[in-house]
Design a protein around this ligand. Structure first.
Ligand code: LMR
Length: 329
C-alpha cells in the first residue's frame, strides 16, 4: 500500500509541477527484427547506452529486438507513421518506400572486400543514397554492417546447379529474387521472423543469410548443409522519422549524432568477429555440415550469377550500379 501511495504522490507531483513535466525524457523506440546477440542487436544496445549518457538522461532509447513490435514491412510503416522513431532495416528492404537503389547492395559479388564496401557506405555514394529517403519522411543516419551471406539447405550446395528447384527463403528484394531464379532455385520472400518456422515446416528448403542471423535464429538446427559462399552482402541503414528528428532540440540532436557515430564505429569492430564466432558455433553444434568452395567452384558460382547485373541494372539505376563498380574496382 505504501508503495502505491508513494507512486500516486509522485504522479501528483509530476502533474503539479510544470518543471518536472519538462524533464520527462524524449523516448526513442528503436525496433528491429534480429536477436540482441547480433551485430545490429549489440550496436542498438550500444547506441542506447551512449545516447542516454550523452544526453544525460534527456533521451531514453527503448530497443525492441526480434520483431517484438513489428515485422519487416510493418516496421517501415510504423516509422513513417511515427509509432516508432528508429529502425535499422536491411538494405534489401527499402523498395516498399519506392527507393530501389539500395538493392544494388544485393547484387552478387558486388563488394570484393569489406574495405570496398566501406568506401561506398562511408563516401559520396553512401551519403547520396541516404538522401533519397528524405522525401519519404525518413532521415538516414548511418550504415551498419553485418556481413557476407552463406547459403544453407538440406543437401550440399556445391555447384550452382545444386540450387535447381530448391525453395529458398529470401528477403523481399527483387535482386535477390532474380539471383535465385538465375540459379534455377524457387525464391520465396518471407519476413525474417517467419523464416525459422518456414524452414522447420518445410515451406522452404533452404535460405541465405549471415552466420550470425542463422545461428541466433537457430536456422542451422533444421539445415543439414551450409556453404560458405560469401556471394552477397547484408547490411543496414539506420533510419529515423524525419519529422521527429528535425523537431529535436539542436543540442540533443548533436549528442545523438555523436552517439550514433560511436555506435557505428563499434558496430564495425564487432560485425566480422560476431559472424566468425557464429559460424564456429554452427560447426560445433554438429547439426550442419559446413562446406567451403574450391576456387574453381567459387568461379562457377560467380559466373552463374553474373546475368543478374544485366537484368537488374535498369531497376536499380545504371548510374548507381556503375558508380559502385567504379568505386570498388
Ligand atoms: C533478413 O530478413 O534475413 C535480414 O534482413 C534480417 C536482418 O535484419 O538482418
Amino acid at each position: 500500500l505504501a508503495a502505491v501511495l508513494l507512486a500516486a504522490l509522485a504522479g501528483a507531483a509530476l502533474v503539479a509541477s510544470p518543471g518536472a513535466r519538462a524533464q520527462a525524457p524524449i523516448v526513442i523506440k528503436f525496433s528491429h527484427v534480429v536477436a540482441p546477440d547480433t551485430p545490429k542487436g549489440r550496436a542498438a544496445e550500444r547506441f542506447k547506452l551512449l545516447a542516454e549518457q550523452m544526453t544525460r538522461g534527456r533521451v531514453k532509447v527503448e530497443v525492441y529486438p526480434n520483431s517484438q513490435l513489428y515485422r519487416d514491412r510493418e516496421e517501415l510503416e510504423a516509422l513513417q507513421l511515427g509509432a516508432v522513431q528508429m529502425l535499422a532495416p536491411s538494405l534489401a528492404k527499402f523498395s516498399p518506400l519506392g527507393v530501389k537503389e539500395f538493392e544494388a547492395f544485393d547484387l552478387p559479388y558486388i563488394f570484393p572486400s569489406k574495405a570496398a564496401l566501406y568506401a561506398v557506405t562511408e563516401g559520396r555514394i553512401g551519403r547520396s543514397l541516404l538522401r533519397k529517403l528524405e522525401p519519404k519522411g525518413i532521415t538516414g543516419l548511418a550504415y551498419w554492417d553485418n556481413g557476407f551471406k552463406v547459403m544453407s539447405a538440406n543437401k550440399p550446395l556445391l555447384q550452382p546447379s545444386d540450387l535447381r528447384g530448391v525453395r529458398m527463403r529470401i528477403q523481399a528484394s527483387k535482386v535477390l529474387d532474380v539471383q535465385m531464379r538465375t540459379l534455377g532455385a524457387q525464391p520465396v520472400a518471407l519476413a525474417f521472423s517467419e523464416t525459422t518456422p518456414a524452414l522447420r515446416d518445410g515451406v522452404v528448403e533452404g535460405t541465405e543469410n549471415t552466420p550470425s542471423n542463422m545461428y541466433t535464429q537457430r536456422m542451422h538446427e533444421t539445415q543439414r548443409h551450409l556453404t560458405v559462399s560469401n556471394h552477397g552482402y547484408l547490411g543496414y541503414a539506420v533510419i529515423v522519422n524525419k519529422k521527429f528528428w528535425d523537431g529535436l532540440p539542436a543540442g540533443i540532436r548533436r549528442n545523438l549524432e555523436r552517439a550514433m557515430r560511436e555506435a557505428t564505429a563499434y558496430e564495425k569492430t564487432i560485425a566480422q568477429r560476431t559472424n566468425e564466432a557464429a559460424l564456429e558455433a554452427i560447426r560445433r553444434a554438429g547439426t550442419t555440415t559446413v562446406h567451403t568452395l574450391t576456387p574453381q567452384q567459387q568461379a562457377e558460382w560467380r559466373r552463374a550469377m553474373q546475368p543478374v547485373y544485366a537484368q537488374m541494372e535498369e531497376r536499380i539505376g545504371k548510374d548507381v550500379v556503375q558508380a559502385i563498380r567504379r568505386q570498388v574496382a
